[in-house]
Ligand binder design. Structure first.
Ligand SMILES: NC(=O)c1ccc[n+]([C@@H]2O[C@H](COP(=O)([O-])OP(=O)(O)OC[C@H]3O[C@@H](n4cnc5c(N)ncnc54)[C@H](OP(=O)(O)O)[C@@H]3O)[C@@H](O)[C@H]2O)c1
Length: 441
């Protein structure tokens, strides 16, 4: 057997404890497969006294993660603390500078500092691996960096946040309102007490930033992502989508266009019978379009102790085999500056829901506004809704607002936005128009 690979693990929470459990259960078999043992040379967390789900007696304890990161006894620093700054960043930087390989699950850290950390890793000839940072147990990083490396990637998109997908699934299946489902998700521990990071789309954006860099060989550009959350999606939209043959999903999309790369996170309509529409609950799913391979779809658990530990372990095993590649697939110096495509130029079809005052001429005026901007309509549905729209009576009186659902043919974002602004300004609608992009699959 070769020399053992010695780990220093900082962070013994959900993922850290899962990783210790994995090595307890599978360590002996992995040693045989690798021809070397993987040992734990030290651990660190905030509190030594805390009761944990796995035994840590007998493991060397480090009060400070940064000390562990540079300790001569370790080969690999495994950062499972979290956060884009503070101890996580300081200890990862210290480990790289000390010539230690780093494995991390920290999407926030990499989305903010990924390019410079990659540079640091290369300068010290060590690995920086982060399979667990995107979509938990799904091996999407390795898939993009290695298995699909022969392709020019055209688009990467997917459901990258389990909390949002759980909320949409519940709204769809149980016909419940957004706020009610969110509260239940918080009570069950799926959603954080402050859910902004998930439902605002920011968690998805962090993961998308890493996928974009890997897929297109660009510097990580989190601040260039167009982000919309799911707070504005009502039961009316979920049910209208269903009637029209769609499901609503929070998607992260990175798309190569002639004018640059589109990076966007927003609720999107996907055809009901597509594979991605059928991904329900907390499951994640990523689709990759490559010029030679075609469309590849990966689905699985996007979070959780065991699934995430599985991804962390995969990185550690690679290092044990000596399989160390550039963190983002290319030397950091060769990563291109990110060139942002203007979202106004985005081409696509749109779903629009309007609460239209039921009065003569209103529909003609709306159609006229669309026409002025060259937006043509595939369908218009105006009828007594089966959903209960706030402020709309079951039997609308003349003059009361009624729901009108429009599906446009392909147009530009600029055109549809301008048309909707004009419709709102005309006063024929009782609330701002709802607009959701239809993602072609
Ligand atoms: N949970 C998931 O399903 C999941 C999925 C994918 C990626 N991730 C990522 O994995 C990382 C860890 O997430 P988690 O869910 O395991 O978090 P967690 O359960 O909150 O655990 C965080 C751990 O970090 C320790 N810690 C906090 N401050 C520290 C400090 N100053 N020095 C040393 N240790 C410190 C905590 O110590 P104490 O235990 O003593 O409090 C705890 O053990 C994050 O980057 C997260 O984004 C998580």
């Amino acid at each position: 057997m070769s020399q053992p690979l010695k780990l220093g693990i900082a962070g013994l929470g959900t993922v850290g404890a899962g990783l210790l459990q994995l090595f307890q259960e599978h360590g002996a078999r992995l040693a045989l497969a690798l021809g070397r043992e993987i040992t734990i040379a030290g651990v660190s967390a905030r509190s030594r006294q805390k009761k944990r789900s796995v035994a840590i007696e007998g493991l060397a304890w480090f009060e400070e993660a940064e000390r562990l990161a540079t300790d001569p006894a370790i080969d690999v620093f495994v950062e499972l603390i979290g956060g884009e700054e503070g101890v996580a960043r300081a200890s990862v930087e210290a480990a790289l500078k000390a010539g230690k390989h780093v494995v991390t699950a920290n999407k926030a850290l990499l989305a903010k500092h990924g390019t410079e950390l990659a540079r640091l890793a290369e300068a010290h000839a060590v690995g920086l691996k982060f399979e667990a940072a995107v979509a938990g147990g799904i091996p999407v990083i390795k898939t993009l960096r290695e298995a699909l490396a022969g392709n020019q990637i055209r688009r990467v998109y997917g459901i990258l946040n389990g909390t949002c997908n759980y909320i949409f699934t519940q709204m769809q299946e149980e016909h419940r309102a957004f706020a009610e489902v969110l509260k239940e998700a918080q009570d069950k521990g799926y959603a954080e007490a402050d859910p902004t990071f998930d439902i605002g789309g920011f968690d998805t954006a962090h993961k998308l930033a890493l996928l974009t860099s890997l897929a297109f060989g660009t510097k990580v550009a989190l601040d260039q992502i167009h982000v919309e959350g799911i707070q504005g999606i009502s039961q009316a939209d979920i049910e209208a989508a269903d009637d029209l043959g769609y499901r609503i999903k929070l998607l992260g999309v990175a798309l190569l266009t002639d004018s640059g790369i589109e990076q966007r996170v927003h609720p999107a309509m996907v055809p009901k019978h597509s594979a991605i529409a059928e991904v329900s609950g907390v499951t994640n799913c990523i689709a990759i379009d490559g010029d030679f391979v075609g469309n590849v779809l990966l689905a699985g658990p996007g979070a959780g102790a065991k699934a995430t530990a599985s991804a962390v372990a995969a990185d550690i095993l690679d290092i044990a085999r000596g399989a160390i590649s550039y963190p983002f697939g290319l030397p950091a110096a060769e990563l291109k500056p990110y060139r942002r495509a203007r979202l106004g130029q985005h081409q696509g079809a749109y779903y629009v829901r309007l609460s239209v005052f039921d009065r003569p001429g209103a529909m003609a005026s709306i159609a006229g506004r669309m026409g002025e901007r060259g937006v043509s309509l595939e369908s218009i549905v105006q009828r007594r809704p089966r959903w209960a729209l706030p402020g709309i009576d079951a039997r609308p009186k003349p003059g009361a607002p009624t729901a009108v659902i429009l599906i446009t043919h392909e147009t530009t974002e600029e055109a549809i936005r301008a048309a909707l602004n004009a419709i709102h300004a005309d006063g024929n609608v009782s609330e701002p128009p709802q607009m959701i992009r239809i993602e072609p699959l």
